[in-house]
Ligand binder design. Structure first.
Ligand code: CP3
Length: 362
């Protein structure tokens, strides 16, 4: 097992000069970098074959399989970064919330939280309760091409609390919002506990060998800017501040701040922190970038459904994004949300190819 500090200087230099990390820093690159959220998943038959043998939770706890699955998209698609295969809900499993993934239904939390007493039943967790993630990072860093950065990640407190309170996926976030308004003290206490854990968890991932981190606040776009400011911003800010503080000695590890439906929140998300902002397709990427400010990098924002269309449409929609980000440094091409399960691998490969071919200056 190696640690980042054990990477030799040549490798550190080639990683630092990768198109992905240069773009995170807003520097010019020889080609436009691209990686895809959920780039390892059910749309790949190799992944399906592994999933026939083990459940998602078992997979996440097997560093050998995690490493194999993490490398798949790098080998198959030629993407510019790998993301460690894990799930944002793993801390809830360690807390004893009764996490399972149910076919056709998604994540289910058996011990959903609706009171202070429910919260008190959750275990206090430490990053080393998820040591299997750190082991997987160390192994993957060893197996990954020397010039491909590895991204670590965590769920943001609001998004994790929404799963804890709803007991699974939701469309309207009704329980979460009522909990936030009517039991604000318990809501704040949960946000505090989760944010304290999260910055330490991300720092452990950095120590284990990732070159960038992403905070997934996937569902925070359901909130008004005022509620974001009051109920979320201080906790996300604490995470970015603390991750930053402890990484300056290692060399700067860029932090990506991602949410969907976030157009009305972008200025506040910037205030919370992050070097790169992940945005979805609900706003034109140049407008979003304008709001964030061009002194920060941007990531996105193709609608994942475009990958179900024919190549002509994929090309057209991709060119729109390339045109809107042309002549600026600091754009990392990605989807606006994860790759969908039935996506054609061929179309994903095509997307990576055209971004690499045309991304520079067309
Ligand atoms: O991007 C990657 O390749 C890394 C792997 C990854 C997974 N989950 C694996 C996974 C990442 C980055 C995540 C993050 C995640 N998980 C988010 C944030 C991103 C987003 O989509 O908003 C969220 C909200 C979750 C929670 C979660 N996990 C849901 C809602 C589901 C079910 C959705 C589905 O597609 O069925 C999961 C399960 C999950 N996590 C799968 C994968 C590959 C599908 C598992 C399977 O059945 O094989």
């Amino acid at each position: 097992m190696i640690n980042l500090s054990e990477l030799d200087n040549n490798q550190k230099t080639s990683l630092a000069n990768s198109a992905f990390l240069k773009s995170c820093r807003g520097e010019s690159t020889d080609h436009k970098p691209i990686w895809l959220m959920r780039q390892a998943g059910r749309y790949q038959k190799e992944f399906q074959n592994i999933r026939k043998k083990v459940s998602l939770l078992e997979l996440c706890k097997r560093p050998d399989l995690v490493s194999e699955v993490t490398l798949l998209p790098v080998q198959q698609l030629n993407v510019d970064a790998a993301i460690i295969f894990a799930d944002i809900l793993l801390p809830l499993d360690a807390m004893g919330a009764g996490l399972s993934y149910v076919e056709g239904k998604g994540p289910v939390i058996e011990n959903a939280v609706s009171s202070l007493a429910d919260m008190a039943n959750l275990k206090t967790i430490e990053p080393n309760d998820l040591n299997y993630v750190m082991d997987a990072i160390k192994l993957t860093r060893q197996n990954l091409k020397a010039d491909i950065p590895l991204i670590g990640f965590a769920g943001a407190p609001f998004t994790l609390v929404s799963y804890l309170v709803e007991g699974g996926s939701t469309r309207d976030f009704k329980k979460t919002k009522l909990f936030m308004y009517k039991q604000s003290d318990v809501f704040h206490a949960l946000m505090e506990t989760i944010s304290e854990f999260t910055w330490r968890y991300l720092n452990e991932q950095i120590n284990a060998g990732v070159q960038a981190i992403q905070l997934f606040d996937s569902w925070v776009g359901c909130l008004s800017p005022s509620d974001y400011k009051q109920f979320v911003l201080p906790y996300s800010k604490k995470i970015f501040d603390n991750v930053k503080k402890s990484t300056t000695s290692i060399s700067h590890i860029p932090a990506i701040h991602f949410a969907t439906s976030s157009y009305g929140l972008l200025e506040l998300m910037r205030e919370a922190g992050g070097d790169v902002f992940g945005v979805d397709w609900r706003a034109p990427i140049d407008n979003a970038w304008q709001k964030i400010g061009h002194d920060r990098a941007i990531q996105g924002n193709l609608d994942p459904h475009v990958l179900f269309a024919d190549k002509k449409m994929i090309l057209e929609k991709t060119k729109e994004i390339l045109r809107a980000t042309k002549d600026k440094h600091g754009h990392i091409f990605n989807l606006g949300h994860g790759v969908l399960p039935a996506t054609s691998v061929d179309n994903v490969k095509y997307l990576v190819e055209i971004v690499h071919d045309l991304g520079g200056n067309k």
